[in-house]
Design a protein around this ligand. Sequence first.
Ligand code: FES
Ligand code: FES
Length: 166
Amino acid sequence: MKKAVVELTINGAERQMLVLPGATLLDTLRDQGLTGTRRGCDQGACGACTVLVDGRPMMSCLLPVETVEGARIETIEGLTPVEGLHPIQEAFLEGFATQCGFCTPGMIMATAGLLATNPEPTREDAMQAISGNICRCTGYVAILDAVLDAARRVREADERAKARAA
Ligand code: FES
Ligand code: FES
């Protein structure tokens, strides 16, 4: 099978990759070693593979990689700081919103997509944002609490950053 070259910006780095015909964005990310993006159902039903594509949460198992040529992709590895955790990760960890952890990267990327456009979400907004993400361990109460706590933490971190820059 003839491979094709695809260009993407992944977590801020421009990359050119050889991909097989029919490869999805999920296949491509995992082949690059970015295995924090999970393969659950591989058919758009669980949200475990959620990443940000040009800032919007999308299920990477549904996207033939050639259809996102040139896009800016953000994965859980890109969200995670070099040291410590991102405020969304802290909220999930401290709020006991993760058990086996399989759904967690997708939940966190869905949350990141929500907060990028809506820094003060309601519980209904949070429910909508994770409506495509399935968790078979926790139930959803702790996850929804964590999404709202994450919003507060991100707002506070932004305010601290602004104060430092002033
Ligand atoms: S692995 Fe993509 S939605 Fe389940
Ligand atoms: S923590 Fe196990 S599937 Fe969500």
